[in-house]
Design a protein around this ligand. Structure first.
Ligand code: SIN
Ligand code: NI
Length: 265
């Protein structure tokens, strides 16, 4: 595992070129946002939470695991709260989004190594479809690598520019997973669109817009692929009943997510 030894401010990490890349492509990799000691702390906390709470399965069942995840991880461990609100990550997110953001959620995202489990690739999707939110034009995900994540261990692959496709080419929302439609069915260009696979070093963070189509490979290595997906939403986003919304389903449709559970960055 390699990572820098000292943290630096968001302004030092986010170049104009990186911002342009994000605007045009809908994703960008920012190297070495976290120091080696931060990575170590957040990885240890993630392992603790996985052991204490037990992960849920993203996939058809324990025989068909794409990812093991723990939702709302930032509410389950002090260190993971620090990760979700890390000034360098939130600073970059705000500048990429070019507008005010709130923390929506964080997930531990584990693909176990082959010694333990044969994982499947992560399904092709964009995050907008599955977010139980309305008003999310600048919403983005920070995928934080807590170990080295080469292509073989299932890093993310993005379709550059896919965040800019027309409304008619997106599944804007679903209220249950049964409604999920394969991307190729709604976006005819999908099969012919270039793809960019983005390996990450421990401590790197890749940001993607909620409309950017992405996927991940199976973990073909013996080492676990441990990351975090942190969703930062538009300040002003409202509840729209959908998938994975048990934590907010007490709210009424259209209610703003503007309380301390969704801190303003
Ligand atoms: C994954 O970690 O494999 C998927 C994460 C995402 O879809 O954002
Ligand atoms: Ni996603």
């Amino acid at each position: 595992m390699t990572a820098r030894s000292a943290p630096v401010a968001a302004g030092d990490l986010l170049t104009d070129e990186a911002r342009r890349h994000y605007r045009e492509n809908g994703f960008v990799r920012i190297p070495q946002v976290l120091s080696a000691s931060e990575v170590e702390r957040f990885r240890a906390a993630s392992e603790e939470v996985l052991a204490r709470f037990g992960p849920e399965v993203w996939g058809a069942g324990e025989d068909e695991v794409q990812v093991h995840f723990v939702a709302q991880a930032w509410l389950k461990h002090e260190a993971l709260r620090d990760l979700a609100l890390h000034p360098a990550i939130t600073g970059i997110a705000k500048r990429l989004a070019a507008g005010p953001l709130r923390l929506y959620s964080t997930d531990i995202l584990l693909k176990s190594g082959r010694k333990k489990l044969n994982t499947l690739p992560t399904i092709v999707h964009d995050d907008e479809t599955g977010l139980p939110l309305h008003g999310i034009d600048r919403t983005l995900t920070a995928w934080v690598a807590l170990v080295d994540v080469p292509a073989e261990s299932g890093c993310l692959t993005y379709l550059p520019g896919s965040h800019l496709r027309d409304d008619a080419e997106r599944q804007i929302h679903m209220t249950s997973f049964a409604e999920y439609r394969p991307i190729a069915d709604i976006w005819p260009d999908y099969d012919w669109h270039p793809r960019v696979t983005v390996p990450l070093r421990a401590g790197d963070v890749a940001f993607h817009h909620c409309r950017t189509v992405h996927m991940a490979g199976a973990n073909l290595t013996d080492n676990p692929r441990m990351g975090h997906g942190i969703v930062y939403m538009d300040d002003g986003a409202t509840y729209r009943p959908g998938t994975e919304d048990a934590h907010i389903s007490h709210m009424a449709p259209g209610d703003p997510l503007d309380n301390e559970k969704f801190p303003l960055l």
